[in-house]
Design a protein around this ligand. Structure first.
Ligand SMILES: C[S@@+](CC[C@H](N)C(=O)[O-])C[C@H]1O[C@@H](n2cnc3c(N)ncnc32)[C@H](O)[C@@H]1O
Length: 284
């Protein structure tokens, strides 16, 4: 099933990404792919638990949709792939044989909870960034520069240069990114177990696409990729197999106000419900 906004810039497919990639998306047309599949770690989604019978089953599923993704990617396109720390080495080897990996990014976050007591808990997720053509690809370094802390902050002069000059105050970020995970109290929060933060997608989309480019997310979840693409003037194609999450996407992208006759609205958070009740009492 296909849904789109009034000008056709943002498309949502409801269904299995394997089938939709194969049948609905033209080859060599996608400028940027962000793929964040289920990790095969037993997470509970709306109607399934993400655990394949064996690792081989999971990997062969990943290789199948990755192959299709690469077929859909423009010859000068880029792909970002997320996976669990356990799986990423296999996908890295697969991708190395098919595209050029430019960065292995660590998305690091903190957690107030105890992750593990008898070993070092995991506080990062890996992201592989690769391109089809290392001689020609989009990388908008000026759009993602960050403050260069060391020399510049202390207003030092770099005397190693033939003509000494002050240190650069900005630089392209390295491959370790710190962004907080999406929390219940945050405005962008949706009811989904593995929602990615908008700020993470913002960096990827700004760096690796231009205004008007088409960005594909074959495992859209809460449609973070599409929502950020829309905010940044890009086009998007999102695929999702779960109806609950499709509804989030339709609402988040402003594609529909109703679904099967029911109003699509963001559920109120507990504190918002409490506030509403307090408001009611005020009138009594
Ligand atoms: C890790 S989550 C993606 C989260 C997303 N990046 C976000 O920010 O919300 C993976 C998503 O893939 C969906 N999914 C699983 N199997 C799928 C399939 N075969 N086709 C399409 N979507 C699928 C799941 O329902 C889940 O929402």
């Amino acid at each position: 099933m296909k849904y789109q906004d009034s000008n056709g810039h943002h498309i949502i497919f409801f269904g299995d990404s394997m089938k939709i990639l194969d049948q609905e998306i033209q080859d060599n047309t996608i400028d940027l792919i962000f793929a964040d599949p289920p990790y095969n770690i037993g997470k509970k989604y709306a109607n399934f638990v993400d655990k394949w019978p064996t690792q081989e089953d999971y990997l062969s599923w990943c290789y199948s949709w990755l192959k299709l993704c690469l077929k859909k990617l423009h010859p000068e396109g880029s792909i970002y792939l997320m996976a669990s720390t356990q799986t990423i080495p296999y996908l890295d080897i697969y991708l190395r044989q098919n595209i050029h990996i430019l960065s292995r990014i660590i998305w690091h976050y903190d957690s107030s909870g105890v992750q593990a007591k008898n070993y070092f808990g995991s506080l990062y997720e890996p992201i592989i960034y690769g391109v089809k053509n290392p001689k020609s690809y989009t990388f908008n370094r000026d759009d993602i520069k960050i403050e260069a802390k060391t020399g510049s902050k202390r207003k030092l002069i770099d005397y190693r240069k033939a003509i000494p000059k002050v240190y650069n105050s900005q630089k392209v970020p390295g491959n370790v990114w710190y962004f907080p995970r999406v929390r219940y109290g945050m405005e962008e929060y949706e009811k989904h177990p593995t929602q990615k933060p908008e700020i993470l997608l913002k960096h990827i989309i700004l760096a690796s696409s231009n205004v008007g480019d088409t960005i594909l997310d074959p495992f859209s979840g809460t449609f973070t990729t599409s929502a950020v693409s829309q905010k940044l003037g890009r086009k998007s194609i999102g695929i999702e197999i779960e109806e609950d999450y499709l509804k989030i996407g339709l609402r988040r992208l402003g594609i529909a106000t109703h679904y099967n006759g029911t109003l699509l609205q963001k559920p109120l958070k507990n504190y918002q419900k409490n506030n509403q009740q307090l408001e009611l009492f005020k009138d009594e």
